[in-house]
Unconditional design. Sequence first.
Length: 306
Amino acid sequence: MGRSTVRAKAPGKINVHLGVGAIQDDGYHDVATAYQAVSLYEIVEASEASDFSVRFSGPIPHDQLSTGADNLAIRAAMALARRGRVSGGVALSIEKHVPIAGGMGGGSADAAATLVACDELWGLHLGRDALVEIARELGADVPFALAGGTAVGTGRGDQLTPALARGQFHWVLAIADAGLSTPDVYRALDEHRALHAADIAPAHDVPTVDARVLQALRAGDASMLAEVLQNDLQAPALRLMPRLAGTLELGERSGALAGIVSGSGPTVAFLCDSLESAIELQVTLSASQVLALKVTGPVPGARLID
């Protein structure tokens, strides 16, 4: 065994591009996404225990989160224990900062930080490749929460290719007061595509990331990136939560280069051209009773702390 208590953190993410393929026979979709990890972290403390448990704290309301075996962090710890043939358990304490059901991968960040913390706690030292293998079994966004930085995700989003991003991008997150179910948003997308099949181009079976997105990231050019932000799930998210349209309009009217719903929403990410404009936008949104957080990206993935 390693130390008796270990702490780790993992970042939330923004999808600066999210293309969703046609629905497949198994009900799933292939995606092509450009992820950017941002400076909003989940913090996991793992302590030696005889069984597996999790409790939550932090500024994000967490009363509705499961603390049972279906919780993603518990599943991550159990999967790692099986892989490492660990006989004991772990007590997890998670400080929540990433919105729940907000399209920013908070649960995936919990799982990634748990893998890193428990790997150290149990003295396994399996290495990143082994942790990524476990992460892919847990969920599409978990491998990226491990890796961080900027990456292209294909397949279910879990097949990662690192992408070069120069400099720092400044974002302001508008946090909704309720979450959206990812399956509900995908279902709304499929229904819209079926209803308007005669009027819109059919979805590609295998989507790709717009090359202009990768060019903008490589150049570190926020204005260029703002022109090509895209999310196929934004329209269904807006249909399920119409008030997001007002948030998008307010942010773009108040100095943002562009706004985009992150992932399946409902968090709206506004891209700004500088730290100063991000601060100004955060103040403006806050004055309009919108919970707004200023973050930067890209940042590293899951890491030990302390």
